[in-house]
Design a protein. Sequence first.
Lengths: 127, 173
Amino acid sequence: MKHILKKMMKPGDWLVIGLVSILFIWSLIHYSRRKNGDMVIVYRFNKNIYELSLQKDQILNFQGLTGDMQLSIKNNQAWISESSCPNKICIHMGKIKTSGQTIICLPNRILITIKSRNALLYDGITQ
Amino acid sequence: MQTNKKLISLSLLIAMGSILFTVESLIQFPFFWFRIGIANCMTILALKWWGLKEGLIVSVFRVILGSLLSGRFFSPLFVMAMSGGIASTLAMRLLMIVSKTFIGPIGVSIFGAVIKNMIQISISYLTYIRTIEIFYILPILILMSLFTGLCIGFLTILIDAKLYSSRILSEYL
């Protein structure tokens, strides 16, 4: 069986396998580094209410369902600094900075996410 | 007559490719656009026995016929399979021209599978999905196309050897 295997493979085949493996490892390294985001987007009831830049240090006070909330942006990171929700889970979710990460406050129906510029072409497509 | 034999054998390859395409599209993967691509072996055989034109004929018509059979004509599957198929056929023929004695069907098949999947995902990025995050599945895609290309290459060698040994091939070429 191994004899037949050796006979089927030509030297160029091993070259192709080697190149594709290198390509695989490269793509693994390249795509495990998540992109740093550009924009912070705040959704209330799944509706886009605020779009802020992640680069600019700022504090945003806005309304959730249960009361006031405060979003802080500093050093390319965003987090919730104050919230009127009972459990304060959203504050303990910590800081987000790479695209795709989210902070959710369920009582306030708030979702905060980071998007990179390319992904802002469409938020989603419904069919 | 020579052209008649070529017509018959091309039709056989296209027919078998379409059936393989239809049958394997019943196997669903988590990512919907990924196929094992068993029908690629027909394209590789056509490229090996004749040349670029015949390979393109088999590839294009296999996608058309297979899509008609499985009821997915002009669906996203059709668009992506067509674009990936044409691109991979051209790439495989290029590889064969560059090093005919150096690389056997296995290397050609792996190369074609990788090119095909990368083109498919790029086309789906440009037309359907439109978020850059889709490229995060590229590593897994490359790995799977490496393995499937290996298997389909073996399959191609086996088919080729079988046809040569039973001398059916000499009648049809």
